[in-house]
Write a protein of this length. Structure first.
Length: 480
């Protein structure tokens, strides 16, 4: 099941606003007290904390609903567990966490879940507050109705827990939808490769490809190749300059008697100014744009297996600090996770293939590409030019085929293989008889030098004679 959260603003009157503020203050006080005790005494079990604090909190806050007290203790247990784990890994230096804000959790018994879930068009909720239950109207928007339509169709379910939180003096109700992954027939095959400033995409539309092959229109035999501009590298350079400017302006305020400076990045004033930058929000928006583009139709999505931390392996041999910083700021895993999550929701499947030699092999002739003056452009020994980004995404598609030449020859080769060491000899990792058999089987499907790189594979024409009009199914009639 996939989970989606939708925040809806509440129409809070002055009286309701005071009640919510009072509930938030009591809820926050309980969480802070329980967190401090749990971290100090290393007690994170919610059951033990419930035995220790439930009666005490009920006596101190008699107007607060008992279920809210239970949820506050459980939320404190989760915060304490997370803090202790981070402290064990050396990521925090404080004795216990500072809880500045909380999200009030209303379980099914503290709001009208049954009535809300059974309604066709719910526009209000009823929540338990000091003095009894209060009715609150919602300012619904398009995103909520999209998921509510799925609830009515049986494609999603509404979770029983309602979260109420405050942001910029406005109150929001957060509904959680459990969406069932769709099962749809693949309509396309898409492969993508993430780069510093672009995402290279190769797309094959299955219905149109099959229909046009019947008419033998060759332009539909070649995958659609295009790039999505992300500019993550340029974004990192821009915000790097902004942070450097902030540091230079704050240096005179933190000068020491020996003419040295305090670490500016650790000061409160620096964090206050950097907090207002929009770098994270811009990245998230571009990641979501890429995910929506790649999953707009249900299909098969192919990408490289990046591993857990791809940036570390990429910067291992790079000495320039600027390039290392840009690579570290490129959200490789965020894009992959966003695409995988959106693919499950829309009925697509994501597959990972090996990243070995994807951009160094010609996808038409399966030969090693030679370097040119341009880093993005490589030369094939057969005489044509290949863009290494497009070669990478096309080779990913080749690796998914069960009997592809690539799987037989360079599927599991070791990275430390020296290509020149075995030049002219047989491949030491693949038996010669297997290579010979594959070569004989696929020889007819290899494009010739004269006609490359028009199509990946050439066959006999399906239309009539040589002079036929390819826009029609047969030769135009000769005038009498």
């Amino acid at each position: 099941m996939l989970r989606r959260a939708v925040a809806i603003e509440l129409e809070a009157t002055k009286e309701l606003n005071k009640l919510l503020y009072s509930v938030e203050a009591m809820y926050l006080s309980i969480v802070r007290e329980v967190v401090e005790y749990a971290v100090t005494n290393n007690v994170t079990n919610p059951t033990q904390l419930h035995r220790l604090f439930y009666s005490k909190c009920r006596r101190e806050y008699p107007s607060l609903n008992s279920q809210l007290v239970i949820q506050a203790i459980r939320q404190a247990s989760e915060i304490a567990k997370s803090f202790i784990e981070r402290k064990r890994r050396g990521l925090v230096s404080k004795p216990y966490p500072e809880v500045k804000a909380v999200s009030i959790r209303f379980v099914e018994a503290t709001w009208n879940y049954e009535e809300f879930a059974s309604s066709i068009a719910p526009v209000r909720i009823t929540i338990s507050l000091p003095g009894g239950r209060r009715e609150v109207w919602l300012r619904l928007h398009k995103r909520f109705w999209q998921y509510w339509w799925r609830v009515l169709n049986g494609e999603a379910e509404l979770a029983g827990t309602l979260i109420v939180k405050r942001r910029a003096n406005k109150w929001y109700a957060v509904f959680t939808f459990e969406v069932k992954p769709r099962e749809a027939k693949p309509q396309s095959v898409v492969s993508f490769d993430i780069n510093e400033n672009t995402v290279a995409v190769s797309r094959i539309d299955l219905p149109s490809t099959v229909g046009m092959v019947a008419n033998w229109n060759r332009q539909y035999m070649v995958p659609e190749l295009y790039t999505i501009k992300t500019d993550f590298g340029r974004l990192a350079r821009r915000y790097g300059r902004i942070r450097d400017t902030i540091t230079e302006r704050l240096k005179p305020l933190y000068i020491l008697p020996n003419d040295n400076y305090v670490s500016i990045t650790g000061t409160r004033e620096y964090r206050k100014r950097v907090k207002k930058l929009r770098e994270r929000g811009r990245k998230i928006g571009r990641v979501r744009h890429v995910a929506n583009e790649l999953t707009k139709t249900p299909g098969i999505i192919v990408t490289e297996d990046l591993g857990d931390n791809p940036q570390e392996s990429m910067i291992s041999g790079i000495g320039r600090n600027g390039l290392r910083h840009r690579i570290k700021q490129t959200p490789f895993k965020s894009i992959e996770e966003a695409v995988e999550d959106k693919a499950l929701e829309r009925g697509s499947k994501l597959f990972h293939v090996s990243a070995y030699r994807n951009s160094r092999v010609c996808p038409i002739h399966f030969t090693r590409l030679e370097e040119t003056d341009d880093w993005h452009t490589l030369q094939c020994p057969s005489g044509h030019i290949v863009n290494r980004d497009y070669a990478s995404v096309v080779n990913m598609m080749w690796k998914t085929t069960p009997e592809a030449w690539s799987k037989g020859v360079w599927w599991n080769l070791r990275r430390e293989t020296n290509w020149g060491e075995y030049e002219g000899d047989s491949n030491p990792f693949v038996p010669y008889e297997i290579v010979k058999h594959i070569h004989a089987t696929l020889r007819e499907f290899k494009a010739s030098f004269e006609q490359s790189p028009a199509v990946l594979a050439r066959g006999s024409p399906m239309n009539p004679a040589r002079g036929a009009n390819e826009g029609w199914a047969r030769t135009p009639p000769t005038p009498s």
